[in-house]
Design a protein around this ligand. Sequence first.
Ligand code: IPD
Ligand code: CA
Ligand code: CA
Ligand code: CA
Length: 281
Amino acid sequence: KVPYVVTSKGYTAVAINAAAKVGEWIKSRLGTVKELDIKFTPQDLVTEVDKGAEQMIRKLILTHFPDHAILGEEGVEPGPEASAQALKESLNEEYLWIVDPLDGTTNYVHGYPFYAVSIALAHKGEVIVGVIYDPTKDELFVAEKGKGAYVHGKTTSVSTEDTLATSLLATGFPADQNFALPINMVGLQHIAPKVRNIRSNGSAALHMAYVATGRISGFWEIGLNSWDLAAGVLLVKESGGTVTDTLGRPYDLSVRHVVASNGHIHDELVGSLKEAGATGL
Ligand code: IPD
Ligand code: CA
Ligand code: CA
Ligand code: CA
């Protein structure tokens, strides 16, 4: 093996290149979907565009880093157990790329313009690069561990609201209708009357990027996976925000029930989920 040295900039450049290129390709295929399949539940969709995008991203990463490992959503058997197992098996890799080739497949299928490519790189289990690209708005969100987060070169920072009452939140309606969705509905019912308002736009990655840029005050969802979150978590943290599980414990890659916020409202939001019995934990 020939050793090579790459700075974090090298990793970031590859992540940006892959997210931007593949994001443009995804956008160019909008409205052309031919193979619409279901995965774990009838609400859990996948198309040839999801699969093609993941193949392209894999190829771009492996061209530069042939001995790095890649955990991509479409390379994993559907369902929460298989996903948890795939992550467990990947966690001892020194360099692990965590890829959601198309976050917001349901939106994409319906032509609702809110979907993204999410690419993260973890070193020994810790995310060091996170990139999310929204091809609709041509917005590129980039975070590097210890170096801040940016959208098109401009530093991002979380919002300043310090009560739920003045907060704009986001959540999701998970495709897992047996477990995650009912719990999230309980949380929603409890939290909605306490906040300024709630949005649900169907891309966890973009919701995280919107917490990072201060466009929303916080986000929570039950039943996500590492590929939905890894890049967004670094974006939120590097923008001054807080990310934990729904019990308020520090985020790690195995967390599936997540709370991300500007930090100021974090305890109140976690407290409300606990009060409602809607943590999923
Ligand atoms: C989904 C989106 C959605 C969230 C689901 C995710 P996918 O990812 O992030 O907003 O509610 O739980 O699975 O399947 O479109 O990549
Ligand atoms: Ca999916
Ligand atoms: Ca996703
Ligand atoms: Ca996806």
